[in-house]
Write a new protein. Sequence first.
Length: 123
Amino acid sequence: MRIGDKIKGTVSGIQPYGAFVDLENGTTGLIHISEIKTGFVDNIYDHVKIGQEVLVQVVDFDEYTEKASLSIRTLEEEQQKIPRHHRFTNERNKIGFSPLAKSLPRWIQEAKEYLKEQKEKKV
């Protein structure tokens, strides 16, 4: 099993935080409540039922415990052709670490002054 694989499975358990799925390859996975559908899910029981056949996509896979993190939402977005943007990027702003680089000299000076004050207090 690899990240991105699309696998059929059966919902075997439901908790307030997500649904457990027995996959056709014999492994078990969890669909976190945030991966059930695009948007807010107030009650997971309105979207999945025990025994329901689902097509899921593997989001993460732990090779040691052989447990998978699954998603229905990514398949839904794929059908609607909505691109899923990476959560931790500011690629479109093209600013990178420049604000940090500009602030670094001031931070170094403040740290030196603080350490000097602490040293003077000890003497």
